[in-house]
Ligand binder design. Structure first.
Ligand SMILES: [Ca+2]
Length: 472
């Protein structure tokens, strides 16, 4: 039986060899057509992939405020005038339902740099100046991801992911440069904490003269000028407006709202200088900027407010973790938008990795999701359940529903109808409560958190009238 060899198109490499090694003009012409066709197809595929996409590798600037309340900047309703942060909002996208992963500093910052629930890294509580723990070398940060993508990386300001052991320092977690503080707070003028200098240049304790908020902005502006050829990724982690509340002229402790307002405005001015540096260097349309606060405003600080939210820093009432947050990228993020989409600090790493064209090492995955389609095209995020906390204090979101454990009580709220968490629906909707508790337990098992979803004692607080959010 006669067999025939199937006719197949020679590969481009075979055709090229024929052209080079004695092929005819006709063959060359055929090859040229083939090659051009393949090139056109490749370009079409590329155009299809990137038509709605973004210019790759913009510069990235993450601005983090410390203990700034939901209502502590004027574009969120504060009495404190913050024209530069307001300008970010006017020219970008303002979030009304953005959350820190924690209700205190360290957990939020861990989730920010790892893109994962901080419970996985074992950093779900605040580190104090004598803590021996910190961000493990096993963790993979956004700076680790961006460096192989060609980025120069720096962090100026507060780290709070490990004290003075070298393995915890930002320069050993993907940041090329670090200036600032390792602990949770310092004197704004002396840069000391508990009698010990806490101002670092990389691995060395090295003081500088100046008001820390201003110094942090100075370093950010200098970095932008030095690195303008890009791409660069810069985290500017202000220690403002964490305690100590200090008079800006004398450095003396102050308890006035006026001082808190001026400390907030010093940060706003620093942000204004950073934006000006981007614009003066022609980088505004090639730089993605994201601003948010690491947790809610602290109870009892005159001038600070989380209105209309209930609760403060350290709790999982909304005031503890819902934050002012703004994304800015002129020419790419349409100006003047407000979004009610629910997002979280751990979403920033996947977002900037998508913008940077960065990839994860094999076997790694992130808990956060990229916000790029939301930011550029106002596309809603896929629905998801979000979680906070540990032990007796935790919360979960599922759409408008929030299950909350505080004060030894489990509460259920519908935040669409009750943003100030005044009307507990737990007794009316026991099935929803049980289903959400099961979700919390499954999440805790997944991330390695210990949570208590069961009542430990008859609650004396269940019938207590909810505090008026406007009083808090
Ligand atoms: Ca904080």
């Amino acid at each position: 039986m006669k067999t025939t060899t199937p006719k197949t198109e020679p590969s481009p490499a075979t055709q090229l060899r024929k052209v080079i090694f004695g092929g005819s003009l006709k063959k060359f012409s055929q090859f040229a057509k083939f090659a051009l066709g393949a090139l056109a197809m490749a370009l079409a595929i590329s155009a299809e992939v990137h038509a709605s996409d973004v210019p790759l590798k913009p510069n990235i600037v993450i601005l983090v405020a410390d203990d700034l309340g939901y209502c502590d900047v004027s574009c969120y309703g504060s009495w404190i005038q913050t024209p530069n942060i307001d300008q970010l909002a006017r020219e970008g996208m303002r979030f009304t339902d953005f959350h820190a992963n924690g209700n205190v500093c360290t957990p939020t910052r861990c989730a920010l740099v790892t893109g994962c629930y901080q419970q996985r890294a074992g950093l779900n509580g605040v580190l104090n100046p004598t803590s021996r723990s910190g961000l493990s070398q096993e963790e993979f940060t956004y700076a680790d991801a961006l460096k192989p993508a060609g980025y120069h990386t720096a962090l100026y300001g507060k780290w709070h992911l490990g004290n003075d052991r070298p393995e915890y320092n930002p320069v050993n977690h993907g940041f090329d440069e670090f200036r600032g503080l390792l602990t949770g707070n310092i004197d704004y003028f002396t840069h000391f904490k508990d009698g010990k200098l806490d101002w670092w240049n990389g691995l060395k304790a090295q003081n500088e003269k100046g008001y820390s908020t201003t110094l942090i902005a100075d370093h950010a502006v200098d970095f932008i000028q030095r690195m303008k050829a890009g791409p660069f990724c810069l985290e500017v982690a202000f220690n403002a407006v964490h305690t100590p509340i200090q008079d800006l002229q004398t450095g003396l402790p102050s308890k006035t709202a006026d001082t808190y307002g001026k400390m907030t405005q010093a940060m706003d001015q620093g942000i204004g200088r950073i934006l000006a540096a981007l614009k003066e260097n022609g980088l505004a349309e090639n730089t993605f900027v994201f601003f948010f606060s690491d947790n809610g405003g602290h109870a009892g600080i005159a001038g600070s407010s989380n209105k209309p939210l209930r609760g403060f820093k350290g709790s999982f009432w909304e005031g503890g973790h819902r934050e002012p947050a703004i994304a800015w990228w002129p020419g790419h993020i349409p100006a003047g938008q407000t979004t009610g989409q629910t997002a979280m600090g751990m979403d920033l790493m996947p977002t900037i990795m998508e913008l940077a064209g960065a990839t994860l090492p094999p076997g790694r995955k992130l808990d956060g999701v990229s916000l790029v389609a939301l930011l550029l095209h106002d596309q809603p995020l896929a629905s998801r359940k979000l979680f906070w906390g540990k032990g007796q204090s935790w919360a979960m979101r599922d759409g408008p529903w929030k299950l909350l454990r505080e004060d030894d009580t489990t509460y259920l709220f519908n935040l669409m109808q009750d943003l100030s968490e005044q009307h507990d629906l737990a007794a009316q909707m026991p099935e929803r409560v049980e289903n959400m508790k099961a979700d919390v337990e499954a999440w805790a098992k997944d991330v390695g958190a210990k949570v208590n979803t069961r009542e430990t004692a008859p609650s004396k607080k269940r019938n207590r009238p909810a505090p008026d959010a406007s009083d808090e």
